[in-house]
Design a protein around this ligand. Sequence first.
Ligand SMILES: Nc1nc2c(c(=O)[nH]1)N[C@H]1C(S)=C(S)[C@@H](COP(=O)(O)OP(=O)(O)OC[C@H]3O[C@@H](n4cnc5c(N)ncnc54)[C@H](O)[C@@H]3O)O[C@H]1N2
Ligand code: MOO
Length: 404
Amino acid sequence: MALMSVEEALSRVTQSVTTLGIEEVPVEQAAGRVLAMDLKARRSQPPADMSAMDGYAVRGSDIAQTPATLLVIGESAAGRPFEGGVGPGAAVRIFTGAVVPEGADTVVIQENTTRDGDRITTTAATAALRNVRKRGCDFLEGASGLKAGRRLTSRDIMLAAAMDHARLPVARRPRIAIIQTGDELVLPGRGTGAPGEIVVSNAFGLAALATRAGAEVTDLGLVSDDLAEIRAAVARALDGSFDLVVSSGGASVGDHDLMAPALRAEGVDLYVHKIALRPGKPLMYGSRGDVRCLGLPGNPVSSHVCALLFLEPLVRAMQGDAAAIVRTAPARLAVGVPANDQRRDFMRAHMEHDPDGSVRVTPAASQDSAMLSVLSAADCLLVRPPFAPAGEAGDPCEIIPFHD
Ligand SMILES: Nc1nc2c(c(=O)[nH]1)N[C@H]1C(S)=C(S)[C@@H](COP(=O)(O)OP(=O)(O)OC[C@H]3O[C@@H](n4cnc5c(N)ncnc54)[C@H](O)[C@@H]3O)O[C@H]1N2
Ligand code: MOO
């Protein structure tokens, strides 16, 4: 059976996505969420011309010569502006963050003055207009500060707060259900040590990735390799409580690989299945109504690599995240690699940073899709396109760095 290209699979997944609703959250809870509407500044920052230093507000033309002696007529502190104006020959004592009084346009730092009673004398030259932050130099009222589709950083929420937004419109978090299938599976700490037992790991990685991408994750637990049981679990996951159902295991062609038949029997239209991808050939994806279903292979490394390539971008796209695609970065091979076959290969690898800023990458000796020790030790994936010829040390290549 012909395998679907990774690009085609990603395009079908992306095209299937519709964004979820909008909700408002307090600005202090908005970091990591995706902004759902453009955010305009509700006031100008700074709201008036402000002093950037502690010193004296003066008229620049009065201090063109050094020394210059001026009369101190009042004080302007942060939050307590001087009410009057500054005429020729006058100065106002001013502090950082205070409004520069009418008439003044320059602040002389106090280190460049001597004071005698209510008179100051400048001791060094200060260029006119120095040490004043002009009204609106950061942003003006009505300016579009943050665009819809932006995943809000810790820095963005500072800007949003400064623009006077106490609550922000963000995309609703996708609700995700995880189902793990396999008669052999036991939870960590719950096994008997029988030879066929495997301690589950997949859901932990999937939940961590999906949560990081903004999802609310519910683990629906372990399901045995029985069509009726898998169908019941799928039906429960499709009951309207979730936006996306993620399954792990039972994706391949063996007698006990029942995920595709179960999904289809529950009315899911699978329009992606069997990809030219390593690891992750049996990956499947489809939908029933508004609910999306992503069927991942059971092999732990396959499950995780597929989640990096498909689940994380999907969760981001469902929130309208403008940067939802997986980005590769350029690197160079540190060692030779063999020619590739028809499957796009995502090899577990380790990167080293050269002093010139370039990155050299070495694939792990074992690429077994069951080996979590190798996955955990890796810090990136080396991407090998379908039918890539053998590569030599120094050849350019593409990598996907891990972000945790
Ligand atoms: N004849 C063929 N056999 C296989 C093919 C094929 O094309 N023809 N594809 C292989 C590929 S590629 C993959 S990947 C696997 C995927 O198989 P399944 O999705 O059916 O995975 P399972 O059989 O359920 O499990 C595989 C492996 O992973 C362990 N596992 C399963 N779930 C978990 C979990 N939640 N946590 C940790 N480990 C898990 C399971 O015990 C098995 O050892 O199929 C190949 N076969
Ligand atoms: O594609 Mo499977 O994921 O090679 O092990």
